[in-house]
Design a protein around this ligand. Structure first.
Ligand code: IPM
Ligand code: MN
Length: 332
């Protein structure tokens, strides 16, 4: 396999620290890469106002993947970096699947489980529909609509069913159809239509509030979960919390059609409170690197890295020490 062209955005806070460990492990696995580093995020915005220039986005399209640490810095108004960088990346590159796997082994406290959340990644309340009326008056109104297209829901649901055929052949739709009778109805009908094409896959439905209970009390009921953007955002933080902590939670923002480069990032944020102390757990970023290699066809290296991470989930030490440990395990 040739060199993989990867755009790297370390970002803010602990982002660059954990990404450095991910890159170290990729190298230890013997995968050849050509890296382009981009200085973007809250710190860059505070320096010169740059968020995500169009020419950078154009350059990314010529890469095979994007590897991101975390973005967000104190002092930046809410939404500037989130909408202007992270969501712009997801939307412009049409990374419509956000895949977030959760696994917990039997030898830790709480029920063992192995499930994956497929979060719709380009629509819902994240779409940016809405606005203000009579702002800053006593009669102020703010609306923030949820945008749900049949095509958007269906392509994401289809991805979930495809994935389930390679796993335990079970997909759960999570929504709130009892209250969200328009968007929930669209999702349920799209789900039923796709399910029709997958006779060998069992289906289930949970309301999102009930799913929060089951994540804690009975996560073994899940194999693949498919859900909308905001429910998926919230559920996957909970998924991290019940699976050994958010420091272990990896994610892949995918364009399954491969028209655009997909983006790989830990679920956690930039954690400015612990930045620069060499104490962030790099495993979520390293597991995200493994998802990237898997998507790029480097399946052996990907599974070697995942195995090494799983064998060291309880590892203590600095960011660099944990990275070294996993790199050594991967290098054999
Ligand atoms: C995530 C993050 C982002 C999201 C934020 C930083 C915009 O929480 O990737 O889960 O809400 O999607
Ligand atoms: Mn989130």
């Amino acid at each position: 396999m040739g060199k993989h062209k990867i755009a790297v955005v370390g970002g803010d806070g602990i982002g660059p620290e954990v990404v450095a460990e991910g890159l170290k492990v990729i190298e230890a696995a013997g995968v050849a890469t050509e890296l382009t580093h981009y200085d973007l995020g809250g710190a860059r915005y505070l320096k010169d106002g740059t968020v995500l220039p169009d020419d950078v986005l154009a350059e990314w399209r010529a890469h095979h993947a994007i590897y991101l640490g975390a973005v967000g810095a104190p002092g930046v108004p809410p939404g500037v970096i989130e909408r202007g960088l992270l969501l712009k990346m997801r939307f412009e590159l049409d990374l419509y699947v956000n895949q977030r796997p959760f696994r917990k082994h039997a030898d830790t406290v709480g029920p063992a489980h192995d499930f994956v959340v497929i979060r719709e990644n380009t629509e819902g309340t994240y779409a940016g529909e809405g606005g203000f009326l009579r702002k800053d008056t006593a009669h102020e109104i703010a609306t923030q609509g949820s945008v749900n297209t049949r095509r958007g829901a269906e392509r994401c649901i289809r991805y979930a069913f495809d994935l389930a055929t390679k796993r335990k052949k079970h997909v759960t739709l999570v929504h709130k159809t009892n209250v969200l009778t328009f968007s929930g109805d669209l999702w349920q009908r799209a789900f039923d239509a796709v399910a029709h094409d997958y006779a060998g896959v069992q289906t289930d439905y949970n309301h999102v509030d009930a799913a929060c209970i089951y994540f804690v009390t009975d996560p073994q009921r899940y194999d693949v979960i498919v859900t909308d953007n905001l429910f998926g955002d919230i559920l996957t933080d909970l998924g991290g919390a019940v699976s050994g902590g958010i420091g272990l939670a990896a994610s892949a923002n995918l364009d399954p059609t491969r028209a655009s480069p997909s983006m790989f990032e830990p679920v956690h944020g930039s954690a400015p409170d612990i930045a620069g102390h060499n104490k962030a757990n790099p495993i979520a970023a390293i597991l995200s690197a493994a998802m990237m290699l898997d998507f790029l066809g480097e399946t052996e290296a990907a599974s070697a890295i995942t195995t090494a991470c799983n064998a060291n989930l309880e590892a203590t030490g600095t960011t660099v020490e944990i990275g070294d440990l996993i790199a050594a395990a991967v290098a054999g």
